[in-house]
Design a protein around this ligand. Sequence first.
Ligand code: SF4
Ligand code: SF4
Length: 331
Amino acid sequence: MKRTVAFSRDAVNVFFHILTGCNLRCRHCYINPDQHGRNQLPIDVIENWLGAFSGKAGAANVIFLGGEPTLHPELAAAVRRARALGYQSVTIDTNGYLFNDILDRVTPAEVDYFSFSLDGATRRTNDEIRGEGVYDTCLSGIRKARARGFEVSLIYTVSALNIHELESMAPILADLGVERFFIQVIGIRGKSAEGSHHLQVPRERWLSVVPPVAERIADMGITVTYPKVFLAPDEPFLCAGLCAENYFIFPNGRVYRCPLCEDFPYHALAFEADRLVSTPRLNESDFFQLRIPEGCVMNRLVQPDNLAYGEDGRPLYQIACCMLKEEVLKG
Ligand code: SF4
Ligand code: SF4
């Protein structure tokens, strides 16, 4: 069963980058220290900032990320604070290195998912993108997490470098006992923006590979999520910046509503003295209001390579909000 995951104001999703430091140097890393800071947030600041969202209407979910969030020595305390504040789910995104004995310091009752990143079905392809030795470390980390009773999801960022191995992930996911598989698309942000547009996957290849592979993996009982990217002619365009509650927090205090804005000082919100405040205009909120025939305004501005036009100058299709997902469930 396939369904488009509609944006919802009933849930608040907090993507909390608690530091930007990382032991890896992945080729497509979107972290941009000039824009996101180089610091690691003290635990009291993390706790205060978590509190700014927990009281919002509806349920709140938090995803701790970095950098590599397990490098933060007080990640376990941050997890417990999120629980105490009433967050309905807590996820830790990790590159698999699981520093600071994090599996010993939190429990499956406290962490809903450890979400591991792997960018190739083979050691060669993954390590070409993420660094030598990462494939083996990540798989070993997944096995350790599963052995401790944690639920595990896996994120695979599709680019021209690894789309040919997406299908080969199926037996690996089954063998590891992964419950959810998130397929992402390479964004032209952070390091990817440094002249690496060749990483992007053409529309035809995306459409011919990703949806059918997602169906096949879902048939194995694994829930698969992937970004919609290209809207069909009859599908309405919606901007999550206007109709959803997503917050992307960085350790320098910037809070974005749109991931595509993260390479620019266009954040709509910021923490100042631990208070969440609106930033002066112009900021990303002003872009969300604009309507263009190409769909997403920020996509048109920062990664227009995925657009195509007819002879009459009209776009042939719309690009969806980068946060609009297809979810494929078994059955
Ligand atoms: S593990 Fe994540 S934060 Fe670290 S370099 Fe890779 S993409 Fe960037
Ligand atoms: S990706 Fe585009 S559509 Fe989505 S929030 Fe950003 S500007 Fe809006």
